[in-house]
Write a protein that binds this ligand. Structure first.
Ligand SMILES: O=C(CO)COP(=O)(O)O
Length: 143
């Protein structure tokens, strides 16, 4: 079984919620490789004590960096507590990230109960191999 790679992101109004959730799931998180956007990553290090690879802050391109990692097949799961009540300057980046997670068949949790379900799943540390879609036909289409 290979180490799972998880991307964690939370918008400002939901950062406390993500930190609390990560504290409760710290033992499992420590078995994963964790990527995060800038400020989220900083909090996960300082308040949870996780080892995290922090990318740029979301509005500065962090969502796009996570999206690129997904497209490269380097992320197994996305936990993204996005803010459903406030528009943000980088809304398009957020939409693009969520879109790529669907394109590449990545499990995504946008709230705490879904994150609980993902982390309670025997598949998390089992021998489940996510089907990575094959877009060969799409890439070879006649133009
Ligand atoms: O804005 C974000 C995701 O869209 C999160 O970025 P930060 O983790 O830097 O706050």
């Amino acid at each position: 079984m290979s180490t799972k790679t998880v991307a964690l992101i939370a918008h400002d109004n939901r950062k406390r919620e993500l930190v609390e959730w990560a504290q409760l799931n710290k033992a499992s998180m420590q078995k994963c490789k964790v990527f995060a956007t800038g400020t989220t990553g900083k909090l996960l290090k300082s308040d949870v004590g996780l080892e995290v690879t922090s990318l740029q802050s979301g509005p500065l391109g962090g969502d796009q960096q996570i999206g690129a990692l997904i497209a490269e097949g380097r992320i197994d799961m996305l936990i993204f507590f996005w803010d459903p009540l406030e528009p943000l300057p980088h809304d398009q980046d957020i939409k693009a990230l969520l879109r790529l997670a669907v394109v590449w068949n990545i499990p995504v949790a946008c709230n705490r109960s879904t994150a609980d379900f993902l982390f309670a799943s025997p598949l998390l540390f089992g021998d489940y191999e996510r089907t990575r879609p094959d877009f060969t036909d799409y890439q070879n289409r006649k133009l």
